[in-house]
Write a protein that binds this ligand. Structure first.
Ligand code: ADP
Ligand code: GLC
Length: 494
């Protein structure tokens, strides 16, 4: 199959969260399965420098509403793969280093930036004479692609391509002024309640959900949660109506990047059969966060965007009590909302040597935080899939998680009577429940070290690789192609 990924983020070039990991790793896995995979991504000013990127000779002409715009295309390949990346350069639209938002909030021209991405991805296919079988879109920034395919492209070659929209997070929907329709060049009739319109505004995610051939989200439990009012962020009815085309596919891990036995970013490597290197990582992590270097004290880490979704306000609420009542250490790596950043900084000042925080984004520290930790804290309010807990389990840090979304599907709760499980889960999104569960992990560490080690090894021996899920995507693409072809037969009959 020819598969075109359209995405706002991509590991190793630019990353805000797990979406970037997923697009990079899934594309590589699909390519290994024998498919031809290409990726289109904006060349933000903050994109990591790509040494081997070559500019295309001719500029790309992008057909927007009533006017044409131009982009310069840079081509490169994903490291260690045959996956082709097309980087879209545009001086005004992508001159900011940020993907979605800078220090003063959302980029003001996000509507144009991501409409341009969606339209350019389609125009690029014509210009390179490469018509994909499937266009795989990721989250609201690419939500307009399926609308183009069903309207402006309906009678052109790209209209035959099936679309798949993956929902990595339904909370972010891309709401914009309705005049984005004029800019996009989409026909005005897409702006209606059973399409792009939502309360007088354009809602990119909603439009994409209406128009895509198939929809996936990143875990089976989240797929169910978003179809009810509590979890659907206003889109539950629509998602429920499309449930026949909606599947939850669990994310995998790129084991070239995240494998404690081969990880070049660590001071020492280790495996389920030989955990000794983990102690070296723990000592290095304690040093890095200004914590007392003490191998016997359980060290809990957080590696996360600091946003409401992640439930870290619950941790803030109990941290003073944790520090006074439990012999533990905590290290927080994250960036995000100012209130949370300040709260964690203040905690590390109040509890020097026992509570450390690093406010920023640092991939090497993220690896060390998984490797050196005894446990990872992830008390998410909702979690479509979550990758941090997968990395933690593979790196021998049985996580403490709230039982929601992908955390339910990936973390098996510890059973004291059977010594089984891969982590510690709780249900109630309250500070008390989190406190008690950290207490449970802590007492397991101190009082039942054999069980704790068993949990570590259980997680490390799990297969979280992409092998299974890439195969599932493959069959979803096939179904999407069949249903696209059937729709065309139907249209011609009419
Ligand atoms: P989300 O996509 O909602 O942020 P995930 O758990 O799916 O949550 O993915 C988060 C990814 O971002 C993981 O790869 C994690 O290691 C990484 N990450 C989060 N915060 C940071 C940070 N401050 N520094 C480095 N990596 C981070
Ligand atoms: C989103 C979700 C996260 C998921 C990631 C990759 O950012 O918040 O749960 O793992 O996308 O799909």
């Amino acid at each position: 199959m020819k598969i075109l990924m359209v995405t706002p983020e991509l590991v190793p070039l630019v990353k805000v969260g797990g979406l970037a990991d997923v697009v990079g790793a899934l594309s590589k896995s699909l390519s290994l399965l024998g498919h031809e995979v290409r990726i289109v991504l904006p060349k933000y000013a903050g994109l990591r420098r790509v040494e081997d990127a070559q500019p295309m000779k001719d500029p790309l002409i992008v057909h927007l509403g009533g006017h044409e715009a131009y982009a310069r295309i840079w081509n490169c390949t994903l490291p260690d793969s045959d996956v082709v990346c097309h980087l879209l350069e545009h001086n005004q639209l992508y001159d900011s280093p940020s993907v979605y938002r800078g220090p003063s909030g959302d980029e003001a021209d996000n509507a144009q930036r991501f409409t341009f991405l969606s339209r350019a991805a389609i125009d690029l296919c014509y210009q390179t004479e490469w018509i994909p079988d499937v266009v795989h879109c990721h989250d609201w920034p690419t939500g307009l692609v399926p609308l183009y395919l069903n309207t402006t492209e309906a009678d052109r070659p790209m209209g035959q391509a099936a679309s798949l929209l993956t929902l990595h997070n339904v909370q972010h929907q891309g709401w914009f002024h309705r005049n984005v329709v004029d800019y996009s060049g989409l026909p005005q009739h897409v702006f209606r309640p059973d399409g792009l319109e939502s309360m007088g505004q354009a809602n990119f995610l909603k439009g994409g959900i209406y128009h895509s051939t198939k929809i996936t989200t990143v875990s089976p439990t989240y797929a169910a949660e978003i179809q009810v009012a509590d979890g659907g962020h206003g889109l539950h009815n629509l998602l429920h109506n499309r449930s026949a085309d909606l599947v939850g596919v669990i994310n995998g891990v790129d084991t070239d990047e995240w494998d404690p036995a081969r990880d070049e970013l660590l001071p020492a490597r280790f495996s389920a059969d030989n955990l000794s290197g983990k102690q070296i990582c723990k000592a290095r992590l304690q040093e890095a966060f200004g914590l007392e270097v003490a191998p016997e004290i359980p060290l809990f880490t957080v590696v996360s965007r600091l946003v409401e979704q992640k439930g870290l306000d619950l941790l803030v609420a109990i941290s003073d009590r944790l520090m006074s009542e439990m012999a533990i250490q905590i290290a927080v790596l994250g960036t995000g909302e100012t209130a949370l950043e300040e709260a964690f900084t203040a905690l590390s000042q109040r509890h020097r040597g026992r509570f450390g925080s690093f406010i920023g984004f640092d991939n090497e520290l993220a690896h060390l935080a998984a490797a050196g930790a005894d446990s990872l804290l992830m008390p998410s309010r909702f979690e479509p899939c979550g990758l941090s807990q997968l990395y933690a389990m593979l790196y021998g840090a049985p996580p403490v998680v709230r039982a929601t979304g992908g955390l339910v599907d990936t973390v098996e709760n510890y059973s004291e009577s059977h010594s089984t499980g891969t982590g510690f889960t709780f249900t109630d999104p309250s500070p008390e429940a989190l406190f008690d569960t950290i207490g449970w992990a802590c007492s397991t560490y101190y009082d039942r070290p054999g069980d704790f080690q068993q949990l570590q090894q259980n997680g490390m021996r799990k297969d979280f690789s992409w092998a299974l899920s890439a195969g599932t995507y493959e069959s979803i693409y096939e179904q999407a192609m069949l249903s696209r072809a059937a729709a065309f037969v139907g249209q011609k009959k009419v």
